[in-house]
Design a protein around this ligand. Sequence first.
Ligand SMILES: [Cu+2]
Length: 155
Amino acid sequence: MKIDRYEKIFMLLGVGILAMGLIAIAISVLHYGLHVPSPDGRIAPGDVRATSPWDEPGVYETGDGEYEVIMLAETWRFVPDEVRVPAGSEVTFRMTSPDVVHGVLIEKTAVNVMIIPGQIATVTHTFDEPGEHLFVCHEYCGTGHHLMSGRVVVE
Ligand SMILES: [Cu+2]
């Protein structure tokens, strides 16, 4: 079989780029120790709504200026969709999904998390200034995806 000279060059280029990508992945894993985030815990997705604390989502005061938000991301809403905390509060969000993959991004913060069915995602943020922070689903999750939003009101 005769392979054209330019086709050979193109194939070698493709293999070379693929090899460079695999080498970059190997270096990031073996040398820099990068890995995907591990879940904080797991629940069977079908049991999420019946399992504590997910059976009672809401905002709970856990200490002086410390709050825990038990949040469900489900088609197509966040429960709760409004979080009210005083300024200076350290808020820990514990989130999961009972159905499909969602995400949450809280504007003007570093909170940006994938919500995978049955996996508990935990993230903490301190809201120093009074104001409002919109949060949205950033993972396309179906026809009602654009309806998934809520707000953190810092009072
Ligand atoms: Cu979505």
